[in-house]
Each structure stands twice: as structure tokens, then as C-alpha cells.
Design a binder for this molecule. Structure first.
Ligand SMILES: Cc1cc2nc3c(=O)[nH]c(=O)nc-3n(C[C@H](O)[C@H](O)[C@H](O)COP(=O)(O)OP(=O)(O)OC[C@H]3O[C@@H](n4cnc5c(N)ncnc54)[C@H](O)[C@@H]3O)c2cc1C
Length: 415
């Protein structure tokens, strides 16, 4: 008898899963049994999404009772089961290896993050899915596939929004470990940011700009450098902030990673510490990706409509992601500016604000973050992704019974 638990809600509580229960197989045979006998199934990982991407009409499955395993060999790491970056990173570091980047928090699962194109920042850093070199997938019939970079499904499988089946293991590209020094600065004028956003966002290995689109006291440049302290921000008028850090209306107390000292990559690249609650918690997030070459125009367009959504916003974060070749990637074949919104946890308010943001960004062919709240119709998103129809064809081949097809996928790809 396979153990079950209730499906619960997303991490911030903004989406209550409609699925009746979560099945908890303890090994590959039980997983195959669950998958092959399911009418509708999706994987629930660490639940840090803000929409119904991980939901299912009937059942969810979690790998939380399955064995986890990390194998490191040369410049590759194979991770099996439900592992988070917080669990993986210290193991890599102990072997002298690193990932090229991390998101703002390490609490998320490797499979869930790569499934949605989760990213950190850096003009030369692809998203976390771009580090995937191989995917082990259990399809809707319980069959397993190893999909490496030469496999015809690779462009779909490395960033699959859970549509192809259950990812049981991932192979990731690693690099020699490196140290990072970070600092957060107030006082950089918006006029200087908008005059040359790529210069500011490209100043260090990873740069984030926080803003509330008006009050300069809320603007913050957070730079993470692998070549010593990011002092270039001071030349732009920046002053380092102390420990009491304000991200727009979010006052983060004792949950951010150390600033002003050098440390291993995984202790500095995330904004939030692994042992503390990240961000605000009581929030909804959205994010849109526009070509980096249109950054100044896209920022001006959002700033113009910002007074209309100010009451719903906690903070915006601006980051960059380097282009990749993954078919559903928000950075597919273009370097992008990521314009992120942390909203108050008020679904009606957020749903009233999003169409205005999406209209302002429409001239830039904006793509949404798959794991965050958005209202854009599927066909508008797919029109920005030249291989989206190839993705749909692979999903049909891997899942002919439509087991992994949920309401979210039907909204994007149709019935
Ligand atoms: C506080 C906070 C900070 C965040 N910061 C960032 C950030 O810096 N950058 C960014 O890009 N995003 C960020 N996000 C969003 C988050 O990283 C993504 O939404 C990510 O997909 C969450 O993964 P998860 O496993 O927690 O989510 P889940 O909802 O559990 O899973 C996400 C998707 O992956 C699928 N999936 C998971 N595991 C498997 C598997 N084994 N096989 C097949 N499908 C699977 C699920 O079905 C679902 O569709 C943040 C979210 C929060 C709450």
C-alpha cells in the first residue's frame, strides 16, 4: 500500500492544490506502478510556485520518500530524487565543484527549479536549466528514458514544466569552485540605471536591482562579484547598506547571506540563507522576460504605469539571464532582462494589476516565468517561442494518454 498525504497549498498559500492527495512511492517500482495506473498525475516538489503548474485533476506524486543520491564525476553531477540546492551545493563544494549560478533561495528542488527555468542573475549566466546535460525521465507508461544532449527530446526535457513525465534524476554541468563577495548599495540614481541598464546589470558576475518604481529610497543595487568587492557601484554613487536591509516594502531581518566578506559561491549567490525563511512569505510573485537589448525601453514602459499597481507591490527585482537553446526557456535564443514583481498576497489585486503590466510589455514580446502568476493567453506566449510546437509534439509522444496534461498546460497548449 503506497502511503499518501494531503496535497495542501503552495509555499505562500496563494494556490490550494485541487488534487485529492499526494502519493508517496518509496522506490522506482512503486513509482512506475503509480504512474502507469494514473489517469491524471503531476509531481509536487518543494511547492515554491505561484500558480497551478504543479496541480492535477486527481493525484499528485512526491519523490520525498524515494532515495536521494548525488554522484560527482569530473565536470558532471548526477542528482537523483527530491534534492534541493541547499542539500546539493555543500556536497559539490566539498568536492571542489560549483554550479554556475543559483536562484535567490536554495530551498527549492533541483528538478522543480529546472522544470520552470528558474534563474539567478548575470549577463553571462544562463538559467539553472541551462546547466542540465542529461535527464532521466519516467514517461506516462512507466517507461524510463535517459535523455542526453544528443537525444532529440533534449530541448524539451531539460525545461519541461513537468509535461513529459517524472524526472527521476538529472545530470548537471559543474565548474571548479569559486568565491564570491557581495554587497548591497543604496543611492544609485534611477537615471543612471536607465541610461545604461546593461552596464549596471553587467557590472559583476551577478547583479540585481531592487526598486518600487518611484521612491529612490527603495532602489537598491545588489552585486555579487567573483573578482573581489564590487566597488564599482560606489563610483555610481552607491553606499553600502548595513544588516538591516529593505527590499522595497520587505524588511528582511536576519535571513540574508553575508555581505562584505568573501565566501564559497553557494553561501553568497542566493540572497536568502538556507537556514532561514526567504523573502516575505506572505506574497505572490510574477516575472516577465524581455530582450536585454530592449531593457531601457521596457523599464520606461513599466515605470509609466507603475502608479497604477503601486498599492499591490512589495518590490520589483531586475536581473539578467543569458540566452539558451531550451525550447520553452524564457531565455530561448535571447539574452533577457527579467522584470520580477513580489506582490502583496492578494490574488484579486494581483490579477487586476497583471494585464496592465503584460500590456506594457507586449511590444517587447515578453515571456512569463512558468512558475509565477501571469494572465497572458497561451497563444501569445507560444508565439514568442519558435520551438513551442515541437515541445507539444514531444509531450504527446511521451504522454499519449494525457496523464501529465493539467489545466495549466491546457491553457497554454490547448486541448
Ligand atoms: C521565496 C521564493 C523565491 C524565488 N526565487 C526565485 C528566483 O530567484 N528565480 C526564479 O527563477 N524563481 C524563483 N522562485 C520561483 C521558483 O524557484 C520556481 O517556481 C520553481 O519552479 C519552484 O520549484 P519547486 O520544486 O519548489 O516547485 P513545484 O511547484 O513543486 O514544482 C515546479 C514544477 O516542476 C515540476 N516538477 C517538480 N519536480 C519534478 C519532477 N521530479 N519531475 C517532473 N516534474 C517535476 C512540477 O510538477 C511543477 O510543474 C522563487 C520562489 C519563491 C517562493
Amino acid at each position: 500500500m503506497i502511503e499518501t498525504r494531503s496535497a495542501g497549498a503552495t509555499w505562500s498559500g496563494n494556490h490550494q492544490y485541487r488534487a485529492r492527495e499526494v502519493l508517496l512511492p518509496t522506490g522506482p517500482d512503486e513509482l512506475a506502478e503509480v504512474v502507469a495506473s494514473a489517469d491524471h498525475l503531476r509531481v509536487q516538489a518543494t511547492r515554491h510556485t505561484f500558480n497551478d503548474v504543479a496541480d492535477s485533476e486527481s493525484t499528485l506524486v512526491s519523490l520525498e520518500k524515494m532515495p536521494t543520491r548525488i554522484d560527482i564525476s569530473g565536470d558532471r553531477a548526477r542528482v537523483e530524487g527530491l534534492l534541493t540546492f541547499a542539500q546539493l551545493a555543500p556536497v559539490l563544494e566539498a568536492e571542489g565543484r560549483a554550479l554556475h549560478n543559483l536562484g535567490s533561495l536554495p530551498h527549492i528542488s533541483v528538478a522543480g527549479a529546472t522544470a520552470t527555468g528558474t534563474h539567478g542573475s548575470g549577463v553571462r549566466n544562463g538559467n539553472l536549466s541551462s546547466a542540465v546535460t542529461g535527464v532521466e525521465l519516467m514517461d506516462a507508461e512507466g517507461r524510463t528514458h535517459r535523455i542526453d544532449e544528443a537525444h532529440p527530446w533534449f530541448g524539451a526535457a531539460a525545461l519541461s514544466i513537468g509535461a513529459l513525465g517524472v524526472v527521476t534524476a538529472l545530470e548537471l554541468r559543474t565548474e571548479p569552485t569559486y568565491a564570491v563577495t557581495q554587497q548591497a548599495y543604496t543611492g544609485v540614481a534611477w537615471a543612471d540605471i536607465i541610461a545604461d541598464p546593461i552596464a549596471v546589470l553587467g557590472g559583476s558576475r551577478s547583479v540585481s536591482i531592487f526598486t518600487t518604481w518611484g521612491d529612490p529610497a527603495h532602489d537598491l543595487v545588489w552585486a555579487k562579484s567573483d573578482t573581489g568587492s564590487p566597488t564599482w557601484v560606489e563610483e555610481l554613487g552607491g553606499t553600502a547598506v548595513g544588516d538591516d536591509i529593505h527590499l522595497g516594502s520587505i524588511r528582511t531581518v536576519d535571513n540574508t547571506t553575508p555581505r562584505g566578506t568573501s565566501g564559497p559561491w553557494h553561501t553568497r549567490l542566493p540572497h536568502f540563507r538556507a537556514d532561514a525563511l526567504p523573502s516575505d512569505g506572505d506574497e505572490i510573485q510574477s516575472e516577465y522576460f524581455v530582450p536585454l537589448s530592449s531593457a531601457a525601453e521596457a523599464l520606461a514602459a513599466v515605470r509609466e504605469i507603475a502608479p497604477g499597481f503601486a498599492e499591490h507591490l512589495l518590490v520589483t527585482e531586475l536581473r539578467t539571464v543569458a540566452a539558451d537553446e531550451l525550447w520553452l526557456s524564457p531565455a530561448y535564443q535571447r539574452d533577457v532582462l527579467a522584470i520580477h514583481f513580489t506582490w502583496r498576497n492578494d490574488t484579486a489585486g494581483v490579477l487586476s494589476a497583471l494585464p496592465h503590466v503584460e500590456a506594457a510589455l507586449a511590444p517587447f514580446d515578453a515571456r512569463p516565468h512558468w512558475g509565477k502568476a501571469f494572465t497572458m493567453p497561451g497563444e501569445r506566449i507560444l508565439a514568442t517561442l519558435a520551438r513551442a510546437h515541437d515541445f507539444a509534439a514531444v509531450a504527446r509522444e511521451a504522454d499519449p494518454r494525457g496523464v501529465f496534461r493539467n489545466a495549466y498546460l491546457r491553457r497554454i497548449f490547448g486541448d
